[in-house]
Design a protein around this ligand. Structure first.
Ligand code: BF8
Ligand code: SF4
Length: 655
């Protein structure tokens, strides 16, 4: 592989080194598969329908020119479905799948939560009493003279009902700014139950049902809202109560956190109930003793993908890396077991593991992988389940074969910026508020706020899009909130420590970060925790001075390296909540101008937020900044920023 070619695969040195090692070990990984398997250009833009057995029908646009009206009229599937219908159907199916993934995660948390409250899931109990009581009050559940468990049972039952709710609307919609709630009701997109919206989308996109692209996209919005203000939010809230609300915590990230002399147990996936229990049991002296009996120096627990974010936020457990590094962790030759549950787990792991001694252990009965070892993680017998998983990893320590090489890269980071933490850090324990943030936005030191989230995608240089965008934003005084694999990219590059403010942020943002002692880029958790960003945005609105709806805020969102259907659901609920949201890599409706225009333009008139597509991350950052400035102007605070900048120029002259 030429040096340049390797550089293009990743900007992360640990990743580059392991790609090289994989190739010299003769082991096929995602970066290599991406070279031989190119994306289908027709499917990539949403112009292929496979919803019935008369197809698949491909309806591509003519290459390199506009289509004629005659061509457009003929661009239809066998059933007569237009290119618009096909693109819209594909798009809203992505939303349904993403919302289903987040929703099912939320449902599982609710189940464990309820079981824990009833005393049926030993090992789990309420960790954050304050949040439990607050949520009970919010949901109208009586707390007088009742035990935490009794209250939790009521909350758990109510949460479960949200999935199967047949009519009315999701309870957490009430958390949004009033104006936003009214808009959703007026437009008819306030979601009923999470399951109901997902099922209806699947029904509507079945052959021969909904064949009006605007009507399809309308249902897509409703489904996405059932994710952001439903499934994901339920997951985040109940996880916080059960496992603790995150607060600032220091840790380290990148493959260099693996330890040659210890049993390395990687935990990968999304649902924290497994990871939480493994984190506890791995510290059990009996387990540590067993690990030592095999010649190791202990057990090193390392996270991967969103599960990593969950246990990082709550326990400071180090992160091995983001999505495109999952196979590479195995390539180090030092991983005894990679324990997985659901979502973003590449089937390729099993093939890569065959090159080394690593055991891939699946734990969720709904997510098995051929060739992996399956050990069911039973939440009702969690401690024992966790023990047998850890024992399997320990037993594998003596089987190490291939040369071990752990890339010596790891970076420090501060994580744990939940909504509660931000509120407290800014306002103090007794007067927790977003006031200082709003004030600094109004006075122009902070230009605005951006959520930069989402995946890695092997079709673009690993981590490059995230870093280029985030650096550009903070340089221009935009405070960045992050989740998912995007957060990990910034953490690896050293953007999530307070010192990064002076080094990379504009003077205004840097001065605020220094005063409060926070990094310019805040880690808010896993992808389901994008619901925390919705809550933070709402808190900003409620604190006053920045308009009366999320769409008034000088804010924007982005997923520069997205790949998952979950990302589309997230993007759509951000847009429908009033946020301008720009995606990179590729855009799945480009096969239809009408559908794309509806998402990119009409939605702004409808929701005050809209989609955009820009593969160049720096250009995308400037689109976000432009949108932020537009909102500042509408709020009448654009002049304040000019004054702040002038002051600084003057200050420099004086120096
Ligand atoms: O839920 S950012 S690659 S790990 S989908 Fe997957 Fe994307 Fe990573 Fe987390 Ni989110
Ligand atoms: Fe083709 Fe229509 Fe069947 Fe889709 S639903 S595969 S467009 S015939």
């Amino acid at each position: 592989m030429a040096e340049e070619e390797k550089k293009k695969k990743s900007v992360d040195q640990a990743t580059v080194e392991m790609i090289e090692k994989a190739s010299s070990d003769g082991c096929s990984i995602v970066f290599e598969r991406a070279e031989t398997l190119k994306p289908c250009p027709i499917g990539a833009v949403g112009s292929c329908c496979s919803n019935c057995a008369m197809g698949p029908c491909r309806v591509p646009l003519p290459k390199g020119r506009e289509e004629t009206p005659e061509e457009k009229a003929k661009r239809r599937g066998i059933c007569g479905a237009t290119a618009e219908t096909i693109a819209a159907r594909n798009f809203v199916r992505m939303i349904a799948s993403g919302a289903a993934a987040h929703g099912d995660h939320g449902r599982k948390v609710a189940e464990v939560f309820l079981a824990a409250a009833k005393g049926e899931a030993p090992g789990y109990q309420v960790k954050d009493e304050q949040k439990l009581l607050q949520l009970a009050l919010e949901l109208g559940i009586s707390i007088a003279d009742r035990s935490n468990e009794e209250i939790a049972v009521d909350i758990g039952e109510l949460a479960q009902q949200e999935f199967g709710r047949q009519e009315g609307e999701l309870l957490f919609l009430r958390r949004a700014p009033l104006k936003r709630q009214e808009l959703w009701r007026k437009l008819g997109v306030a979601p009923r139950g999470v399951d109901r919206e997902v099922v209806e989308t699947m029904h509507r996109t079945h052959m021969g049902v909904d064949q009006d692209y605007k009507n399809l996209l309308h249902q897509g919005v409703r489904t996405a809202l059932s994710d952001g203000w439903g499934g994901s939010m339920i997951a985040t809230e109940l996880q916080d109560i059960l496992f603790g609300t995150p607060s600032p915590v220091f840790s380290q990230i990148n493959l260099g956190v693996l330890k040659e002399d210890q049993v390395n147990l990687l935990i990968h996936g999304h649902e924290p109930q497994l990871a939480e229990m493994i984190a506890v049991v791995a510290q059990d002296p009996e387990m540590v003793k067993y690990a030592k009996s095999k010649g190791s120096n202990g057990i090193n627990l390392v996270g991967m993908c969103c599960t990593a974010n969950e246990i990082l936020m709550r326990h400071g457990i180090p992160i091995g890396g983001n999505f495109l590094q999952q196979e590479l962790a195995i390539v180090t030759g030092a991983v005894e077991a990679i324990v997985v549950d659901v979502q973003c787990i590449m089937q390729g792991l099993v093939e890569v593991a065959r090159c080394y001694h690593t055991k891939v252990i699946t734990t969720d009965d709904k997510a098995r992988i051929q060739g992996a070892t399956h050990i069911t993680f039973d939440e009702y017998n969690a401690i024992e389940s966790a023990k047998s998983i850890i024992r399997a990893a320990i037993d594998n320590f003596t089987n190490r074969t291939k040369s071990i090489r752990i890339p010596q890269y790891k970076t420090g980071l501060i994580a744990g910026f939940s909504h509660e933490t931000i509120n407290y850090l800014l306002g103090g324990l007794f007067r927790a508020s977003y006031r200082p943030l709003n004030d600094n936005i109004i006075n122009g030191r902070i230009r605005g706020v951006a959520g930069v989230v989402g995946c890695n995608n092997v079709r673009v240089t690993h981590d490059d899009g995230h870093l280029a965008m985030v650096r550009e934003l903070i340089k221009n005084d935009v405070l960045v909130l992050q989740t998912g694999c995007s957060a990990m990219a910034s953490a690896k590059a050293g953007l999530m420590v307070p010192e990064a403010a002076v080094q990379y942020a504009g003077e205004g943002l840097a001065s605020v970060c220094e005063a409060v002692g926070i990094p310019p880029v805040l880690h808010m958790g896993a992808c389901i925790d994008n619901s925390r960003i919705l809550i933070a945005a709402t808190a900003m609105v409620k604190d006053g001075g920045l308009g009366d709806d999320i769409s008034d805020l000088p804010a924007a969102g982005a997923a520069p390296e997205w790949m998952s259907e979950k990302a589309i659901s997230i993007g759509q609920y951000f847009v429908a909540s009033g946020v301008f949201t720009v995606f990179g890599v590729t855009w799945p409706t480009l096969g239809s101008k009408e559908v794309t225009d509806h998402l990119f333009r009409d939605m702004e008139d409808m929701y005050g937020g809209m989609w955009a597509f820009e593969p160049d991350p720096v250009k995308a950052a400037h689109m976000m900044i432009e949108h932020i400035d537009k909102k500042r102007k509408a709020l009448g605070i654009d002049k304040a920023r000019e004054r702040v900048l002038y002051d600084m120029a003057m200050r420099r002259e004086l120096e």
